[in-house]
Ligand binder design. Structure first.
Ligand code: NAD
Length: 253
């Protein structure tokens, strides 16, 4: 099934690398103009350049999604550049914990909640009024399978991703009649820098990561991008408030 999009402009946060970069490239392959948002300027410019080299249109907007003023300015720049934002993929996120709940620090808690929860909330805070003024749109937030169930030694991260699902559901019902759909994507372990950073110290953990998925492997960034594009596409017109696990069967256990 080919995906069709009524809109023309997609915005992706955390688009300098990993899942965000792959999704930005996928939007561009489907003919959309892409706003590439990240605090990593080199990586963000790199994603925008990859899109342009492939014949697409993209603009990098530097932004720390934890800062209200920066998110507000980034959304103003987005509208100045492309007049509208039809699809927003709020994907920037971090994962820095290593220990059990009582071993976590206040700094870790504030950092993880700052990017994963406040960042998603701030982005939606400025995207929803714009989409209302436009007459509609679709938002996808990156949660995780750790937002659907417990994740040992990742309690703060898990709590942050449960919160993303809460924000997603609340926004979905509040803005449903404004023709804005809001969904979440919940990846299991995906082969990105985040995964490699977490597993470089112990290769046995990487092997375990593969075997814990019923399909016998970890996921690819393109497989998350495909799910995000589906949730934004016209084919998902009746889908909102949903958290889509893209997880090789992990949550079927
Ligand atoms: P990644 O580290 O490869 O990319 C994350 C991007 O977010 C980076 O480009 C980084 O610069 C950017 N970022 C971080 N903090 C930011 C901030 N304050 N403002 C703007 N940008 C910021 O990670 P990834 O694996 O591609 O993860 C993307 C999302 O997917 C995250 O929300 C993560 O929690 C989630 N996720 C990842 C996995 C996995 O296994 N990789 C699994 C489930 C969920």
């Amino acid at each position: 099934m080919s995906m069709t999009f009524s809109g023309q402009v997609a915005l992706v946060t955390g688009a300098a690398a990993g899942i965000g970069r792959a999704t930005a490239l996928a939007f561009a392959e489907h003919g959309l103009k892409v706003l590439v948002v990240d605090l990593d300027s080199a990586g963000g410019e790199g994603t925008a350049e990859l899109i342009r080299q492939a014949g697409g249109e993209a603009l990098f907007l530097p932004c720390d999604v934890t800062k209200d003023a920066q998110v507000q300015q980034m959304m103003t720049q987005a509208v100045d550049a492309y007049s509208r934002v039809d699809y927003a993929f709020n994907n920037a996120g971090i994962e820095i914990e290593k220990g059990r709940l009582a071993e976590g620090s206040e700094a870790e808690f504030d950092a993880i909640m700052g990017v994963n929860v406040k960042g998603v909330w701030l982005c939606m805070k400025y995207q929803l009024p714009l989409m209302m003024a436009q007459g509609g749109g679709a938002i996808v937030n990156t949660a995780s399978v750790a937002g659907l169930g417990a994740a040992p030694k990742m309690s703060i991260y898990s709590a942050s991703k449960h919160a993303v699902i809460g924000l997603t559901k609340s926004a979905a019902i509040e803005y449903a009649k404004k023709h804005i759909r809001v969904n979440a994507v919940c990846p299991a372990v995906i082969d990105t820098d985040m995964f490699r950073r977490a597993h470089e110290a112990d290769p046995r953990k990487a092997e375990f990561a593969a075997t814990m998925h019923p399909v016998g492997r970890i996921g690819k960034v393109e497989e998350i991008a495909a799910a995000v594009l589906y949730l934004c596409s016209d084919g998902a017109a009746f889908t909102t408030g949903h958290s889509l696990a893209v997880d090789g069967g992990v949550t079927a256990f």
